[in-house]
Design a binder for this molecule. Sequence first.
Ligand SMILES: CC(C)(COP(=O)(O)OP(=O)(O)OC[C@H]1O[C@@H](n2cnc3c(N)ncnc32)[C@H](O)[C@@H]1OP(=O)(O)O)[C@@H](O)C(=O)NCCC(=O)NCCS
Length: 183
Amino acid sequence: MTGIDIRHYDHHQAAELRPLLLDVYAEVYGKAAETDPFAGVERFAQGLDGWSSRPGWTCTVGYDGDQVVGYAYGAPLPADAKWWGGLLTSVPADVVAETGTRTYALSELMVRVPWRKTGTARQLHDALLAERAEDRATLLVDQEHPKVWALYESWGWTTLGDLRPRIPDAPLFHAMLLDLPQR
Ligand SMILES: CC(C)(COP(=O)(O)OP(=O)(O)OC[C@H]1O[C@@H](n2cnc3c(N)ncnc32)[C@H](O)[C@@H]1OP(=O)(O)O)[C@@H](O)C(=O)NCCC(=O)NCCS
């Protein structure tokens, strides 16, 4: 399980990557999707297509030999980002003011079960963010997954507040932030 090869992609490769990304999603979230409509592959595919059509979309995919082990992706928030629209915690307006180059949103991170607890998730996360020029990153973690929340906190993320995206069946999330090294 050592020697994971991490490859970087951008929106030019999104169509080519799409089947791979959907297959891994279906495997990782298969059980959750049985009871949670928000975890369904169709909803995920719509989200993926929205994210990956943005010119700033980037993705890291991990390979162990010829096997895909997981991936991470995201994109910068545009100046008129809807991302913060569902924020339920009151914060000063400047905290959620976007410019198009201020914040990179880490939309997805998932690793197939055999490669969990191997450091692969952290590698995918770090490799994705290491390429970014934004000031900070943001992500949403489901409040029903406290261990994942704790994992992100252990990686340096801080919690801004509660957020429920204004889309059907959306769970309540912790909105998190991470300062990115300045270039
Ligand atoms: C999140 C993830 C990438 C982290 O991988 P990792 O660094 O190898 O860490 P682990 O898999 O050990 O996860 C840490 C803990 O969170 C728990 N956890 C992980 N994903 C979870 C989920 N979707 N729901 C509930 N708990 C989850 C794990 O069971 C583990 O708990 P444990 O220490 O008691 O065994 C990986 O667990 C994963 O792919 N999970 C499914 C997808 C997911 O939830 N992604 C995060 C979206 S914000």
